[in-house]
Design a binder for this molecule. Structure first.
Ligand code: HEC
Ligand code: HEC
Length: 202
């Protein structure tokens, strides 16, 4: 077990340092793959037009790298047949994470002001009576994200809703130490709708 953990640690460390050193030629190659294989769903610049397909533009490179490694390892499942699943080629992942992370995110789409106000409050303060942690401590104020905690600002509300329910039911279980599961399982559908409306509007 110890050996396995050590191997994983070394693999992760090398993947992250490779991620940090992704050069322009690797990113140019990634741009070609993105145009040919990812753009039809995630948009040519990583801003998707489909509500259940996530925007990738401007997301943390380390987060994107982890998600793609999780897809390849089967730790995160994609329930639709997409090229971002076990078919991702490990050699392309670091370049794709860097390229998508460097794209400019589109601005959010504001929705119902009352719902947004409810969501903002829950995002910033949580709900201690119901044991819901505030989101800022990990996703930052304004949902800019950092490191392995993804940026959520401007993300599609329908995608966020789906992920929160997936964390709550363990359909998505690649969150380390159940961090997102513990938050999501305490939230009602109304809570999630409100937070998603707030985030999508940022
Ligand atoms: C047929 C549509 C489709 C194509 C083409 C596609 N994806 Fe996806 N991708 C999706 C969907 C849908 C999800 C969200 C799945 C879920 O609900 O968990 C997703 C999720 C992701 C995520 C996780 C994002 C996050 O915020 O957690 C990454 C990273 C990703 N895709 C990368 C890629 C890359 C790189 C390519 C091209 C090699 C690609 N995808 C091609 C549909 C697609
Ligand atoms: C203790 C830290 C922590 C807290 C608190 C937290 N999150 Fe997260 N969240 C994470 C991490 C880490 C991930 C990435 C998990 C992974 O590796 O797949 C994540 C992922 C997500 C995702 C998936 C994003 C995507 O692109 O697929 C959503 C949506 C999300 N969080 C929303 C929230 C909301 C809303 C709250 C507050 C109600 C919240 N989180 C509170 C740590 C946290």
């Amino acid at each position: 077990m110890k050996l396995k953990q050590a191997v994983v640690a070394v693999l992760l460390a090398s993947a992250f340092s490779a991620g940090a050193q992704v050069g322009s030629s690797e990113q140019a190659a990634a741009q070609k793959i993105a145009a040919a294989t990812c753009a039809s769903c995630h948009g040519a610049d990583g801003n998707s037009q489909q509500p259940t397909v996530p925007n990738l533009a401007g997301l943390q490179e380390r987060y994107l790298l982890k998600q793609m490694k999780d897809y390849v390892a089967g730790k995160r499942k994609n329930d639709t047949a997409t090229p971002c699943g076990p078919d991702l080629k490990p050699a392309n992942i670091a370049g794709l994470a860097a390229w998508f992370g460097n794209q400019k995110p589109a601005s959010g789409k504001p929705g119902d002001p009352a719902l947004i106000a409810e969501g903002k409050k829950l995002y910033e303060l949580g709900n201690s009576a119901r044991g819901i942690e505030d989101c800022t401590q990990c996703h930052e104020a304004g949902a800019a994200g950092s490191g392995l905690n993804p940026k959520l600002s401007g993300q599609h509300a329908a995608y966020i809703f789906k992920q929160m329910r997936a964390f709550a039911t363990h359909a998505r279980s690649n969150d380390k130490n159940d961090k997102m599961h513990d938050v999501a399982e305490r939230m009602s559908e109304q809570d999630i709708r409100a937070v998603a409306a707030y985030l999508a509007g940022l």
